[in-house]
Structure formats: C-alpha cells, structure tokens
Design a protein. Structure first.
Ligand SMILES: Cc1cc2nc3c(=O)[nH]c(=O)nc-3n(C[C@H](O)[C@H](O)[C@H](O)COP(=O)(O)OP(=O)(O)OC[C@H]3O[C@@H](n4cnc5c(N)ncnc54)[C@H](O)[C@@H]3O)c2cc1C
Ligand SMILES: Cc1cc2nc3c(=O)[nH]c(=O)nc-3n(C[C@H](O)[C@H](O)[C@H](O)COP(=O)(O)OP(=O)(O)OC[C@H]3O[C@@H](n4cnc5c(N)ncnc54)[C@H](O)[C@@H]3O)c2cc1C
Ligand SMILES: Cc1cc2nc3c(=O)[nH]c(=O)nc-3n(C[C@H](O)[C@H](O)[C@H](O)COP(=O)(O)O)c2cc1C
Ligand SMILES: Cc1cc2nc3c(=O)[nH]c(=O)nc-3n(C[C@H](O)[C@H](O)[C@H](O)COP(=O)(O)O)c2cc1C
Ligand code: FES
Ligand code: FES
Lengths: 305, 261, 305, 261
C-alpha cells in the first residue's frame, strides 16, 4: 500500500499533518524546537493575542486535577505589535501553517486585530477565541451567546480575507445553536473546544488552588466532553471542525476525527510528553495502513451510529 | 540543547524520613546540566499523575554518566518518585532554566539553603571547588534530619555552618541567624529554600548591598516556557522555568507573590 | 476535644453524616448492605423514578474514561407503584434519611409523582432530576432553561409538603440563573450536579462505546467542574446546596463543603471502593479535630477567597 | 455474604502469550465462592484505572486458602492485572453473582468453553468430580495456545475434546464442531465464551431441547446490582452481575444484544 495521505486542508489552509498545536500551549511556536519533532506538526496556533500587551493573572496559575489541569493564565501576552515584529518572523521560518488566536473585549478590538493580521506575512488564518468577556455588554462571554458570537464573527470577517475560525466554548447548553449562527455569519471553520471553567481548593489552607479562583480545565479528563461537542457540532454545520480536548494518543485523535473533526489540536499533553506529536502521527499512519485508509480525511465523521 | 531523556534509577539513599537522594544514569544529562538548572520528570505508571514535576539537579558526575536529585516527599508526585524501585526508568526533560553564575574573583561565595533548597548547591559547590573557590555554606532545617548532604559539602572543603529550628544541630533558629556573620567582606550570596526565608535573605542582602542570586520554585506545567503557569513578578510576570529558576534577587518584587505555591 | 458534630440538617431533613448516596449509584438502598458500613451514610437518594416502569437504554451502557465513567442507563426503573410497595418498606428499615429522585416527561408527571410521594411513609424529601427531556416542549431539558426549571419546581411544590430539592444540570452557561429561579419558585435546597453529556468511540470498530451514543460523564474527572458550580451556586442563593461530582476522599468532600455545600453525595466512587463511606467520614472527623471544628456545618462556604 | 477482601498474589503462571493463571491468597473468598461466581478486582496504583474489572473465579482451594483467576490481556486493566508482581495485593469484591447448578442425576454435564470462557469451569469441574459426576469438556480456541488448562481438566478425569480454528490441536474449526457428537443422550449443557459461540450453542441446544446454562460477560460498573450498566435482555433488561452471570440460556433474547461489549 502506498503511504497514506495524512495532510488535510481546512478552509483553504493546508496542514501537512492533522495535528495542530493548541493556543496557549505552544508559546509563540519556537520554544519546543530542540525537543519536539516539528515535522509531525501540521500547524501552530499561537498564544491568544489582544491589541495591547497584558500582564495576566497573579499566580498560582495552574493546578493538577484527576487526569487534567486547571489554568488561569489570564491571557498574559505581548500584544499584537510586538507579536508581528518580533514573534512572527521566527514563526515564518518554521515550515508549518500558522494560525493566530485573537481575543478582544469589544467587537471593535476583534475587528482591529483582524485588520492588522490581514497584512501580515506568514499568517494562514485567524482563530477567534470567543471565550473572552465583552466589556461593553456587561462582561458576558461572546462565545456563550449565539447572537454575540455571530456578530463578532461578522465583524472579523469584514476586515480580513484570511480564513476565520471561531473557537467555541463548551460552556453552553446547545453548542449547535452557536455553531450554526457563526457559520451563517461567515465562519470558515470551527475549533471545538476551549477549556471548561473549574475550581479546586487546598483544604488545609482553605484557599483556592488558583489565585483567580476559577480556571479552565484541560487534559484527558475533558476528552469525552469534547468528543461529544465535536460530534454534535459536525452534525450541525457544513464547515470543517477542528477537534480539541485531552488528546494524548492516536486513538484519541481518531475519536475526534471519527466524530467529525477534520484535524485536531493538542495542548496539555504536549507539556506532559513532547514526543506526543511524533507518536500520534505514527499511530495515525499505522491505523490508516491497517484499515486501508488512503487519506486521513476519509475518516472525518466516519463513526458508525 | 535540551532533550527528553530516559534516565535509570541506579541508587536511592534515604537522607531523612521524608527526603531521599536519587541517583540516575543518563550520559547526556550528566554532562549537559549546569548548576542551578532543573529537569521535568515524568514517572512510569504512577497512579493518576498527569503533569511532570520539576526537580533541581543536585549533583552531576559526568564521568560516571550519573546525576542525582534530592527529593522531599510533599505530595503524590514526590512520594511516587522517592519510592521508585531501583532499575526503574523515568523521562527527564532537560536541562532546563538559568544557572548560578560564578562569583567575581573578589567576592566570597556564601550559599544559604533551607530544607530541600539545599538541592541545587551540591553541583554548584563542586563547580566552585573545581574553580578553586572556597565557599561558606549555611544550611538550615527544622531539625538535624533536614540538613541534607552536610557531609558532602564538608567533604568538598566548604565552610559549612548549620542552624536548626529545634536546636538539634548547630545554632538554634532559622538559617537567617547565621547570615549576619557570613556577610562580612565582599560577598556574593546564593539562596534557595522556603519563600519566607528567601524574602528575609533578600531584604538583608539588599540592605547590605550584597549581590544575591536566588533560585525560586513555582508550580510548573511545561518547564519549557509555553504554559505561563510558573510566573514570578519582576517588573512584569516572567517565567520561572525560562528566565529562572535562578534570578537576580533584586529584580524580584516579593510582595506581588505572597502564596506562590 | 469533644467529638465533632458531623450531622447536618438541610431543608429540615436531618442527615447523621454529610455523606449521601447519589441517585442511580446506590440502587434502591439495600444492595450494598453486606459490604458497606451504613453507619457512615447520612442519607440515600434512590434511583430516579418515573410514573411508569421504564426499560432503559440498550447496552453497552457504560464505559471507562480517564478518571471518569460514561453511562447511558436511560433511567431503567421500576415505576413509582412498585417502588412504593416493594422498595420503600425495605428502605424504611435502614436507619437513614431517604430522598426519592423523580423524573418526568411533563410538568404533570412530576407533579403526580410528588403527590403520590407526599403520602409515603419514610420519605424525607424529593430530589427532582430536571435533566429529563420535556416531551411537550420539543424534548428540551427542564434543567437547562431557568424558566422551565422554575415551573416544574412550582408544580411539584404545590403537590407536596416534603422538602423539594431540584438537581441542577451542569450543561448551562450560567448555573446561577437556574439556581435563583428555582429558589424563587420554592425549592428548599439544591443538588449540584448531575453528569455531563459526553461520548467515546471504539476506533477499531468505529462504533460509539455506548449504544445510546452520548452518555453522562461522572467520577473524579468532573470534580473541578462540580466544585466550581457549587461555589457559584452557593454564592447566588440562600438555600442549602448539596455538592456532587467525583468525590473519592475526605479532601474531595471538604472541597465541596468549603466551596459552599452543606452536604455531599457520592456516586461513582462507591462502585470503585465500597469503603469510601467509612474512610471519608473518618477523614472528615480527623480534619475537624485537627482544625478545631466543632460542627462540620461550620465549614460550609469557608473557602478564603 | 460478600466482602471486599485483600488478596495477595502468590503465584503467576503464563498459559499462553496473552493469558495467565493468577493464584491469590484469601481464606474468605477461597471458601465462600461457588462455581460460576465472579469477583470485581481493584488494582493498586495501576495507571489511570478507575473502575474495577470483573473476573470469574477459575479455581478454589479452600484448604490452602487460595483461589485463582484466569486472565486474558485485552486492555489496560487485564494487562495490569496479568503483570502484577507476586506478593502484590489487590482488592477483590465478592463472591458475586449466580452459580452453575448441578445437573440432575440423569443428565450428563457437557461443558462448552471458548477462549477465556474456560475460566469458570475448572472450579465447576472440581465440584462435579467431588459429586462423582463425569463431564464432557469441549474446549475451543484460535490456536493450541488458547486451550487453557486442558491438562487440569484431564487430570480431573473429564472427557476433554478440543478444537482449534487453525487446526493446531484437536479438530479444526470452532468449538461448535464438537457439539453434535456430545449431545447424544440426556444432557445438561454449560457454556461460556465469545458471544457468537454462545448464540450458536444456544440455538443448537434449543433445537435439541437440551437444558443449557450460560455464563455471560458484560461491561460492569459495580458488580453489585446498583449501576444497571451490565444488563442482558430476557423479557426485560436484567443485571448480568446479580441475576447472572449464569443464566438459563432459554431466557436470553440474543437478538436484542448484538454488540454487548
Ligand atoms: C525549579 C524547581 C526546582 C525544584 N527542585 C526540587 C528538588 O530538587 N527537590 C524537591 O523535592 N522538590 C523540588 N521542587 C519542588 C517540587 O517540584 C514539588 O515539591 C513537586 O512538584 C510537588 O509535587 P507533588 O505531586 O509531590 O505535590 P502535589 O500533590 O502536587 O502538591 C503537594 C503540595 O506541594 C505544593 N507544590 C505543588 N507544586 C509545587 C512546586 N512546583 N514547587 C513547590 N511546591 C509545590 C502544592 O501547593 C501542595 O501544597 C522544585 C520545584 C521547582 C519549580
Ligand atoms: C462476569 C464476568 C466474568 C469475566 N471473567 C473473566 C475471566 O475470568 N478472565 C478474563 O480474562 N476476563 C474475564 N472477563 C472479562 C474482563 O472483565 C474484561 O476483559 C476486562 O474487564 C477488560 O478490561 P481491560 O481494562 O483490560 O479492557 P478495556 O481497556 O477496558 O477494554 C478493552 C476491550 O475489552 C472490552 N471489554 C470491556 N469490558 C469488558 C468486559 N466486562 N467483558 C469483556 N470485555 C470487555 C472492551 O469493549 C474493549 O474492546 C469477565 C467479565 C465478566 C463480566
Ligand atoms: C496553559 C494553557 C493556556 C491556554 N491559553 C489559551 C489561549 O490563550 N487561547 C485559547 O484560545 N485557548 C487557550 N488554551 C486552551 C487550549 O488551546 C485548548 O483549547 C485546551 O487546553 C483543551 O485542549 P487540551 O486538553 O489538549 O489541552 C490554553 C490552555 C492551557 C492549558
Ligand atoms: C450509573 C449512574 C446512574 C445514574 N442515575 C441517575 C439517576 O437516575 N438520577 C439522577 O438524578 N442522577 C443519576 N446519576 C448521576 C449521579 O447521581 C451523580 O449526580 C453523578 O454520577 C455525579 O456524581 P459522581 O461523580 O460521584 O458519580 C447516575 C450516575 C451514574 C454513574
Ligand atoms: S512551566 Fe510552563 S511556562 Fe514555565
Ligand atoms: S455491574 Fe452494576 S448493576 Fe451490574
């Protein structure tokens, strides 16, 4: 059998493998150069960016939970300007697709970020983190209201010709409502999902484990929730879905693909095991051979229900 | 150059009821590590552990392709590591982070270490010895048990002075009681240990105008500069794993970070 | 120091310990008699009941996930009549408080169940599972809409003088909205939380691990999410909250109490370790002694933020 | 009377590349168990395992306070159990579930076992022997390796007949090829093994009017009748752990349950 085609194309963006580094877990792309086999990585989503640099939350910022981790980094980041001048040139040297994850506290901020990125060399697409509070509308998250999610998608689409990929929050009753609205507003693909709000307490000191009290839960613990959301989303929209949540092996990646994802992102498990990229890709290739799958894209949505 | 290396536990030595010195074989790490650096360790099969845990390199013997970690049992990860059977393999990502730098020729190195904060200083003392430098080593602990590796420092010919809170060995009190004496003359301070101790040492050093390198501990997710989980406040949040763990103590705004762990 | 008081009173119901067996995980109360130390159990919530017996979902019904389990039992149960005549008498012989968990596919069904239970000897209170689909309103879950949750609470309250405890679903954007509405509708306490919808796939056969495709995730994996929801809920209402989700030890139980719970329920971990009850209670007692806590109820909401 | 007992692994014997016989010490379980029953096993510290796993009691030696389990490695839990070091302790909840019942005096017992389905029949054969009953034991497997414990059955004086799919031992084919011959005369059938085999045996038994007890496997959460995770369809869903695992084969509606695991 010839080598299976492990590349995927999503919203016109070519990824040489279906494994993408998740935002906030792979820095600005170059940190892992000496320990990770970058040839296994199809794309990199950079740490979420606002217009201005942000200091982030006070520590402690992370805590381990059963098969998961909590984080409240608070989007510490360098701001778009420094990103474009200092980080982007180094990202361009990597032979991989680059998605920029953006965040805003208003429609205008998202739109302005999109406008700026439209002109930046090497950016393949925009991932919109819509789990940011909208300061103008009382701090409600853009991502938890279908209508607001659609408006911000529209605002971003207007300012850029780059593919726009809203990243959906799991913290909703019906993700398909949000998915359909942002699709109608012009989204080119969807990332599913971000972390789940959660909390832990040090019972000896009675203090929350995170200074911010509540943080986002990631890692294998949340994988079954993410697979469900990808399954529901992929069945509700026509645009491609990128699956995210607790992927640690090729079997996990395959669960997402079979549930309806066209590619996956890996976050937390990259911290635990820098060889997760190579091992997962090799596992996918082996699976394709064993199951006579010529192109990994054939697996998208192939769950038998 | 960093790697994720398999390291085999070749020897385990109990230093106290809850601390052990673990000696691992890995030719790469044993030669690549520099004093002050650390490694992120992943255990095989340990129940329910997800994240790696950071440990300072305690000692290195490049000729024997070995390095050691000093582990104090405080929770599930440290307990599982300390109880690993000899022959077990762990994954060690490293060497990571910044290093202690050699004191200027005119400065006498003074090391202040509390409890498991002693760990990074054996390798550093060896480096000082190799450079034919003498150092004063102030060790503190709750009780005599906690003055880990005292004899090793003495064997290296360091001027070791001890304090225990219960008075069971050396001066009675915290390690800071020993500092005043040690700061006579031109000195370069190095410290590692519990945050209250570090704050005290840093205040004293600043008052006296003494240069001071401090090794900090923060919860770490990746150790590679990517999660931003480990930050320390200078004039902004910087990463303990990448800009540190060894910092110029003057750069730290201690009051921004009361309960860092 | 005198023995700490580990009993709690919630909505007038006395529980001799703050550890309650969660609905659907402790059968009809007597199954564990020879292996569990019942003196450590403060109360038992029986398997969810509809008016009529139900067959439940086709198997496979369960699957293990990282630090958690999926289930889609589909509320197989004996119906209220058989429960009252056959199960309740045996429950009465146990020296413990009994809550009956009810389910309906319409407002009327909930109300009728409440009316019947009002007269049944030995029932201490009613826990309302509002994660059941409302067949009259297009299958939407009662529990995910604040208004519907309030209406069903009201309907039940009208028919019974027993304390009524709605059990909230985690599958909402803002649990405090639901909590406040059901409080206003007369709820006497709240149980937080039910399982989280999730899914897993056997990648070799490409079939979902559960015949029902989607099931509910429980166990330690979800604990940080449950602690957060309890914290948010307890800060939003005046009525007591019962914390549920992945409790495996006294530290876990304490997290919930400190976050604002007055008692906790244990489900999945009772399957894993029948001694979890005794061990957890002993651990709570020891904690109270070490921290000079005279009554466990002092810990409710004592997190220091 | 059931208990959650600590049992110590005293001996492990490899039966094939992926199956082992594990012998445990527990005086309570060794005397309390009845053939056909099972235990829910919890491992110490095995990576990330949450739920217990069900295993049939394979054999019991009450005098030596020992019982054994036959374990086939199919996933994480079975692998971890099969590789446990001797001396390790596990928690065994049991004995659980229904039992095989003795055949009426006029019926010759015929046992049909495929692969790991052989497990419950060693203890049962011992009980038959103690009651001075002879039995025919039909063993099937993919290859000679999978005819676990054949010699033990022979040592008990049972009439053992084998079939392997690859023909490497006994008849070539599935164990069902042996049944026709064995069903001559008044017979009581007992079966355990892969579902397709059980279905076939059940069809044959029903056609011939032969009484048939079948031991079923389902995913189990609690083993105690509480989670309703393990159901089997008769005229309604009944619990494999409580009403079973041994059922009257005629009561099962096989077509309601195509992919039970
Ligand atoms: C750069 C660096 C070097 C270190 N060197 C050593 C060393 O040489 N020897 C050694 O024994 N320990 C060292 N530590 C501390 C060690 O990493 C922690 O003790 C360990 O991570 C705790 O893991 P656990 O699973 O045992 O504890 P957990 O069960 O995770 O937590 C137990 C307690 O330890 C605290 N804790 C959690 N993470 C850390 C952390 N990163 N640092 C300190 N406390 C923590 C928690 O707040 C909690 O109260 C170092 C830490 C850092 C950051
Ligand atoms: C009453 C009873 C008696 C049993 N007796 C024995 C025995 O004596 N020896 C023995 O080796 N096994 C026996 N089993 C099967 C054994 O319980 C499973 O093989 C085991 O639970 C799988 O766990 P795992 O972690 O290795 O597999 P997992 O990693 O959980 O799953 C691996 C594969 O095994 C399948 N599987 C999961 N649960 C079960 C299950 N309960 N039964 C069968 N397959 C399952 C899954 O669908 C999956 O495809 C028995 C099962 C039951 C219900
Ligand atoms: C430390 C950390 C920081 C993160 N930062 C961001 C971020 O800046 N923007 C974003 O959209 N998601 C962020 N995420 C979420 C991840 O991109 C991902 O959606 C989530 O972690 C689930 O995937 P995982 O389980 O593989 O980690 C972050 C996650 C972690 C653990
Ligand atoms: C097998 C199983 C069956 C359940 N059945 C019910 C039910 O009938 N009614 C209900 O309100 N909750 C039911 N639940 C949810 C539990 O009561 C509990 O809310 C949930 O499992 C979280 O707690 P845990 O993590 O301690 O298991 C069930 C849970 C499990 C695992
Ligand atoms: S530990 Fe992740 S950035 Fe330092
Ligand atoms: S395994 Fe729980 S009811 Fe049978």
């Amino acid at each position: 059998m010839t080598k299976p085609d492990l590349s995927v194309t999503i919203a016109g963006i070519h990824f040489r493998t279906p494994l993408i580094a998740a935002s906030g877990t792979f820095g600005y792309g170059t940190e892992y150069l000496d320990v990770v086999d970058y040839s296994a990585i199809g794309g990199i989503v950079v740490k979420g960016l606002y217009l201005e640099p942000r200091e982030g939350c006070a520590p402690p910022r992370i805590w381990e939970t059963p098969s998961g981790m909590l984080n409240a980094i608070g989007l510490q980041e360098v701001g778009i300007e420094k990103f474009v001048t200092e980080k982007m040139p180094r990202l361009c040297e990597l032979d991989t697709s680059v998605l920029v994850n953006i965040c805003g506290s208003s429609l205008e901020e998202y739109a302005e970020l999109a406008r700026i990125l439209d002109d930046v060399d090497g950016v393949s697409g925009i991932e919109m983190n819509i789990s940011c509070p909208n300061v103008h509308e009382g701090g409600i998250l853009f991502g938890c209201d279908p209508n607001m999610a659609a408006r911000v998608t529209e605002a971003v689409k207007k300012k850029t010709s780059l593919p726009v990929i809203p990243k959906l929050s799991p913290n909703v009753t019906d993700i398909t409502a949000v998915a359909r609205e942002v699709e109608a507003a012009g989204a080119d693909a969807l990332s599913v999902m971000n972390t789940i709000p959660a909390m832990a307490i040090d019972v000896e000191t009675r203090r929350p484990r995170l200074k911010n009290i509540i943080g986002g839960l990631s890692g294998p613990a949340i994988r079954p929730i993410a697979v469900r959301l990808v399954y529901q989303t992929a069945n509700a929209v026509q645009i491609p879905v990128i699956g995210i949540g607790g992927i640690a092996s090729h079997e996990d990646a395959l669960e997402f693909l079979l549930a309806g994802a066209s590619a996956v992102q890996i976050g937390t498990m990259g911290f635990v095991d820098p060889s997760v990229w190579r091992k997962t890709l090799d596992g996918l290739e082996d699976y394709c051979r064993r199951h006579a799958v010529a192109a990994i894209s054939e697996l998208t949505g192939a769950v038998e229900t | 150059m960093r790697r994720d290396e398999k390291a085999t536990l070749v020897e385990r030595r109990a230093l106290s009821p809850d601390a052990s010195l673990l000696c691992f074989r890995s030719s790469f790490l044993a030669s690549a590590l520099r004093p002050g650096q650390f490694t992120m360790v992943r255990l095989p099969e340990a129940e329910g552990l997800l994240l790696r845990r950071p440990y300072s390199f305690c000692d290195a013997e490049p000729d024997r392709e070995q390095f050691s970690l000093l582990v104090k049992e405080v929770g599930r990860g440290t307990r599982a590591l300390a109880r690993l059977p000899e022959g077990a393999e762990v994954d060690c990502l490293g060497p990571l982070g910044s290093t202690f730098t050699m004191p200027a020729p005119e400065h006498r190195p003074v090391i202040v270490a509390g409890g498991v904060g002693i760990a990074p200083f054996l390798a550093f003392s060896r480096a000082l010895r190799a450079a034919e430098r003498d150092a004063t080593v102030l060790l503190g602990g709750r009780t005599a048990h906690d003055l880990y590796l005292r004899e090793e420092f003495e064997a290296l010919g360091m001027d070791v002075r001890c304090a225990t809170e219960d008075g069971s060995f050396g001066e009675k009190g915290r390690v800071s009681v020993l500092i005043d004496d040690a700061l006579a003359g031109p000195v370069q301070l190095y410290s590692c240990g519990p945050t209250p101790m570090l704050v005290k040492v840093a205040e004293l050093a600043r008052e006296r105008g003494v240069a001071h390198q401090v090794s900090l501990e923060r919860r770490m997710g990746c150790g590679m500069g990517c999660c931003l989980g480990c930050v320390v406040y200078t004039s902004e949040y910087v990463r303990c794993c990448s800009e540190g763990p060894v910092f110029d103590a003057d750069s730290i705004q201690w009051d921004r970070d009361r309960h860092p762990l």
